[in-house]
Write a protein that binds this ligand. Structure first.
Ligand code: CA
Length: 237
């Protein structure tokens, strides 16, 4: 019996592949390696990994081809590896269903935190954040979905309907980055000229009401130029 999580690492640059593989291995994960989209498809089919770490720039096909292939049949969490210059590709991959991304170069602690978070979000029903009775908790933040109320510790946070809808949406995808576009579509329907600004204003108010000081990433992380992510319990250090 092997109860280790299986991670498929798809990356064509050997030095990055070896480095990431060593990081995952030392954290106790079982790692499968692929350097092309074709090999990755074969390994995905035969091993059904618990998580995929995917470089988008592969020699045979674009990494998004693999993402599309996997998403046709499974919700397997996918973390995209990208260079800083691939900003648009990264956002597109998130909108195609990738769970998270990590920008090269990155350290072991950052990578492992993203891996834990993605694995947890894929086991949402077992996750400690979702409490019986339609409630959600992370740190001292509590959301009561049925009553549409939010608390921090003992005190209730008074949010507008829109602010509540944003917080609730982020919490339902806890650990996953939601792009600006994805949030705007869900909250306001179709995006218009002012919608990113509208989202930023709402988010600033939410953070103020939650008592988060500017620059602090508590509960909701702003992934600059990409979107927002609610942190899970494990990310509060
Ligand atoms: Ca590459």
């Amino acid at each position: 019996m092997n109860n280790k999580y299986k991670i498929l690492l798809v990356e064509d640059e050997a030095n990055i592949r070896n480095l990431v593989s060593a990081m995952l291995d030392s954290a106790g994960y079982q790692v499968l390696l692929a350097g092309t989209c074709a090999t990755a498809k074969v390994l995905y089919g035969s091993h059904r990994p618990d998580l995929i770490i995917l470089d988008l720039g592969l020699p045979d096909r674009d990494g998004r081809v693999l993402l599309e292939y996997v998403r046709q049949e499974a919700a397997t969490p996918v973390i995209v590896l990208s260079a800083r210059s691939d900003e648009r590709d990264k956002v597109e991959a998130l909108d195609m269903g990738a769970n998270d991304y990590i920008t090269k170069p990155f350290g072991s602690a950052e990578l492992l935190a993203r891996v834990r978070s993605a694995l947890r979000s894929s086991h949402q029903t077992m996750s400690q954040e979702y409490l019986p009775g339609g409630k959600f908790r992370t740190g001292d933040l509590l959301i009561d979905y049925d009553a549409r109320r939010v608390f921090r510790g003992e005190s209730e946070i008074h949010l507008t309907q829109t602010e509540y809808n944003i917080v609730a949406m982020l919490s339902r995808h806890c650990g996953k980055v939601l792009t600006y576009t994805a949030i705007i579509k869900e909250i306001w329907g179709y995006p218009d000229e002012g919608s990113t600004k509208k989202l930023q204003v709402n988010m600033a108010n939410i953070r103020k009401k939650l008592g988060v000081r500017p620059g602090e990433n508590h509960y909701i992380v702003n992934e600059l130029g990409v979107g927002y992510r609610m942190c899970s319990d494990d990310d509060h250090s």
